[in-house]
Design a protein around this ligand. Structure first.
Ligand code: FMN
Length: 270
């Protein structure tokens, strides 16, 4: 265990607002990883009690469609089209909008890397001090329990919007969790990831490259593997996607593939 200390930051504002860390305030309490997660602390005891009650997530739950644009535009339509097609195929999905959640950026405090093995068996999001301050735990729970996951996002300067990149950077917690020999992540079933990206440019062979690499390697520690991608070019203004029935049909076809591949029981079935 290193002696690296972390500042537990206090944040102001609701989940829909962009909150600024108050770490710079001199009266902010400073804890070491040992202090926060040692068995004697309230946090450590609660994390273990939670695990005893619920057990680690198994990835058998409702599929997740996560829309990752800050505006209600093309990605939102893509997500709804995908979700509706899933419902038509007999599988209900959870449709979440990342902008409704506050996700603080990773500050490389080192707590997830330093945590002792026993904590890898706890609800791991409790290992990240930031998860006590934002809504990332709810998102990780949805990502870990979903039978499959579809991510819909626009391209921003050849990469992903900042909110999504922040969530991906916070996956460092899961990367570190997976490195531990007895990690419960090793028992977690591998699930399929469907990536739907859209960008304004009609051309450019590198348009989606950075985004696809980040998604692949950040979500792999959560046992999500890319199965299919839908990459849509020439989509810029709100309304551009709704004017492309061919693209909408590609999204519906991808949704049907996802439902069939995950062998979801029809709604009302066993
Ligand atoms: C900050 C920003 C950066 C963007 N960068 C790119 C880009 O590098 N390449 C591209 O093709 N489109 C780019 N776009 C256009 C968006 O990808 C496009 O408008 C997309 O349809 C927006 O999706 P949305 O309606 O779901 O927000 C950018 C848009 C914004 C706001």
């Amino acid at each position: 265990m290193s002696n690296r200390s972390i500042r537990v930051c206090r944040f102001s504002g609701s989940a829909s607002q962009i909150a600024m860390p108050a770490c710079i305030q001199t009266d902010t309490p400073v804890f070491s990883a040992t202090e926060m997660y040692s068995s004697g602390t309230e946090t450590g005891q609660k994390a273990r009690a939670d695990l005893r009650q619920t057990g680690p997530p198994r990835g058998q739950g409702e599929p997740l469609v996560l829309v990752c644009s800050p505006r209600t535009g093309n990605s939102a339509l893509a997500g709804r089209t995908f979700a509706d097609a899933c419902a038509e195929a007999g599988c209900a999905v959870k449709l979440l909008f990342l902008r409704d959640y506050q996700v603080l950026p990773c500050v490389d405090c080192g707590v997830c890397a330093d945590a002792r093995t026993e904590f890898s068996e706890c609800a791991s999001w409790r290992l990240c001090p930031l998860s006590l301050e934002d809504n990332s735990a709810a998102l990780f729970q949805a990502l870990l329990t979903a039978r499959f996951v579809a991510i819909c996002a626009p391209v921003y300067f050849y990469h992903l919007p900042a909110q999504l990149k922040a969530l991906l950077d916070r996956c460092q917690l899961w990367y570190q969790t997976g490195l531990r020999k007895k990690s419960f992540m090793l028992k977690q079933a591998q699930r399929d990831l469907y990536t739907i990206l859209l960008g304004a440019r009609a051309q450019g062979k590198e348009l989606f490259r950075g985004s696809l690499l980040s998604l692949k390697y950040a979500l792999r520690p959560l046992r999500l593997e890319q199965r299919e991608t839908v990459l849509l070019r020439g989509i810029d203004r709100i309304g551009d996607l709704s004017a492309r029935p061919d693209f909408l049909e590609r999204l519906r076809a991808c949704a049907r593939t996802a439902c069939n591949a995950s062998a979801i029981s029809p709604v009302g079935g066993k």
